[in-house]
Design a protein. Structure first.
Ligand SMILES: [Zn+2]
Length: 224
């Protein structure tokens, strides 16, 4: 069983679980920081429309189960011109995640301290997965201290030394793997990580599926 915690199908962010020939697709909903412009008008009506476009309706608790996580959402300092708006929207996403008890899949570029600050400010408790992590072990440790998960993808190929460093230091129960927009097969990503960690692919499959189960349990706990 291979969990791909963050990938895209038809421009939509999803979680994919591959079990032999069977693929299970779990939707995520959110507003990517790249989609924002400075004049993005935040209103409940817009947000609800966006969710409806993705087949989500908040009017009944049954519909709530139609998506798995809030994502991908986050902060990206390369897009400086919208950063303030990004912060505003990110906090709204956090409130949504907390109120419907869904984990978040987070896109973060050069804004790790702001992500941590937002978690503290909002006193969020839902699990957050930092996808496409590509930073230092020290930054990773700070995120782990705030109860976050780390997902690795392209860094395994593009910056092997850093990836080895991260994999050596990450507690396995906080690790995820992903393909994002790379077009790679998730099995290959697991094989690559196993090679760098010097462990079995089976170990990674078991561990990451267990980690995924922990995200899901959060949902079940809420009784939905
Ligand atoms: Zn993505």
């Amino acid at each position: 069983m291979f969990v791909d915690i963050h990938t895209h199908i038809d421009n939509q962010s999803v979680i994919k679980i591959v079990d032999g020939d069977v693929e299970k697709i779990l939707k995520t909903v959110g507003i990517h920081p790249w989609k924002l412009d400075r004049h993005f008008d935040w209103s409940e009506a817009k947000w609800r429309n966006l969710l409806r476009l993705r087949g989500v309706d908040f009017s009944t608790s049954v519909e709530m189960t139609r998506f798995f996580a809030i994502g991908e959402v986050g902060l990206d300092k390369v897009h400086k011109e919208t950063f303030e708006k990004q912060l505003e929207v990110f906090e709204e996403m956090i409130r949504l995640s907390e109120s419907c008890r869904k984990p978040m899949i987070i896109h973060c570029v050069r804004a790790y301290s702001e992500i941590i600050a937002a978690r503290k400010k909002t006193k969020a408790v839902m699990p957050w997965v930092i996808h496409g992590f590509n930073s230092s072990v020290e930054t990773m440790r700070q995120l782990l201290r705030h109860n976050m998960y780390i997902s690795l993808g392209e860094v395994l190929y593009r910056n092997e030394n850093q990836a080895i460093d991260i994999l050596k230091n990450i507690p396995p129960d906080r690790l995820f793997l992903e393909t994002d927009v790379s077009g790679r097969n998730i099995r290959d990503v697991y094989a690559k990580a196993a090679e760098l960690m010097n462990c079995d692919i089976d170990f990674l499959c078991r561990q990451i599926f267990e980690n995924y189960g922990r995200l899901e349990t959060t949902d079940t706990d809420s009784g939905r």
